[in-house]
Design a protein around this ligand. Structure first.
Ligand SMILES: Nc1ncnc2c1ncn2[C@@H]1O[C@H](COP(=O)(O)OP(=O)(O)OP(=O)(O)O)[C@@H](O)[C@H]1O
Ligand SMILES: CC(C)(CO)[C@@H](O)C(=O)NCCC(=O)O
Ligand SMILES: [K+]
Length: 249
């Protein structure tokens, strides 16, 4: 079985798939290497024979994780590396190595699925948008604070914005003007995300008319999907690209 890991800035998403048909055996989202190991080991009868990783963490953190995996499962993890060109997509950065690997892989995955022009939106700790033209040219993209960063900046830099996670969740039953601090902040940040996403779609329309696909991924995709009815929500888009970048045979 193949262990796949997407190491983001706040969380690690993992899943275990069968080698032959890519059927998903299990998966989850964790906030530490140790919890990751515990969760994988808790899956009965899993024999990890290969591992592929995408990481936007430091080289040291990624090395520590690959060592742990070598120790626990006796496999050498394959770590996805940047490339100037792959699977028909040309990296649009001046220095291709600077483009975040999560963005690059999501872009590869999206172009593979769309087989044409696409806009890729990934809403995690950071909110990211990337544009790929029909000929596979990656045109670049945008990076903004995502929901967790917007909310924590407000909490950190003000005296009187304080609330707990449970009330934050309750506040999102509607997006009407907030009548409490928690509603005002949570709804305001969601509207920021929706505005970000709409602006990207407008830009794609200016370039490509109606001839493009929109892909939506990342933990906070559900917060904007109603304002983007034509978007394809693909939670595992980074894993689609990861399998392309690290084919393991
Ligand atoms: N089960 C979950 N565990 C943690 N966060 C979740 C979960 N489901 C949804 N989320 C939301 O997902 C967001 C984090 O998204 P994601 O996991 O894509 O971030 P990340 O990969 O760490 O960040 P980035 O991609 O910017 O590096 C959080 O704001 C949280 O609200
Ligand atoms: C933007 C983040 C932090 C989002 O995970 C990641 O893609 C990253 O570290 N990128 C490097 C900077 C860049 O993409 O220009
Ligand atoms: K990510």
């Amino acid at each position: 079985m193949i262990l796949e890991l997407d190491c983001g800035n706040s969380f690690i998403k993992w899943r275990v798939i069968h080698v032959h048909d890519a059927m998903i055996v299990g998966g989850g989202i964790v906030d530490s290497d140790q919890t990751l190991m515990d969760q994988i080991r808790a899956l009965a009868c899993v024999q990890v024979t290969a591992c592929r990783i995408v990481s936007v963490r430091s080289e040291e953190e990624t090395d520590a994780l690959t060592s742990l995996i070598a120790q626990v499962f006796a496999v050498q993890a394959q770590v996805a590396r940047s490339a100037p060109e792959m699977a028909g997509v040309r990296n649009g950065y001046e220095d291709y190595q600077r483009l975040g690997m999560d963005r690059w892989l999501a872009t590869l995955g999206a172009f593979h699925l769309a087989k044409g022009a696409c806009l890729v939106i990934d809403l995690g700790t950071a909110a990211k948008a990337d544009f790929v033209a029909a000929n596979g040219e990656h045109l670049g993209g945008y990076i903004c604070p995502g929901m967790p960063l917007m909310r924590s900046q407000l909490r950190t830099h003000t005296r009187r914005i304080r609330y707990d996670d449970a009330s934050a969740e309750r506040a999102l039953v509607s997006l009407a003007p907030g009548r409490s601090t928690v509603e005002a902040v949570e709804r305001g940040c969601v509207l920021m995300l929706q505005g970000f996403v709409r602006t990207q779609v407008e830009q794609a329309r200016e370039m490509w008319g109606e001839d493009f696909a929109v892909f939506l991924t990342g933990g906070d995709a559900p917060l904007v999907k109603d304002s983007l009815p034509d978007a394809r929500v693909v939670p595992d888009l980074v894993f689609v690209g990861l399998a392309m970048a690290c084919p393991l045979n």
